[in-house]
Design a protein around this ligand. Sequence first.
Ligand SMILES: [Zn+2]
Length: 103
Amino acid sequence: MRKFRDDLYLNTGFENLTESTVLEELYDFAEKLKNEKNSEFCACWICLADVAAIVLNETKPYYCSNFIDKTESKDYLDKFKSEVQQKIVKAFKIVKKNPHHNK
Ligand SMILES: [Zn+2]
């Protein structure tokens, strides 16, 4: 099953563009947090995974492959980025109230 999944992704450019956008934005946000001295939010792997799950669960997936015009899809997703950024901040606030670790 793992191989089928990997082959499908590698051979056809199969991708959930929503997930890629959310993870890119989350990466940028986490990098910013790491550079802040007294960051408001925790950017450990546990919290990042929780934030990713919250944001992705409330965002519609957008699957495509090499055989669908990804350029057009990218235009759509660029507009969608600011919405994702707001959702990330909201999710960090939720996780902060109830982190899955001590502290
Ligand atoms: Zn944490």
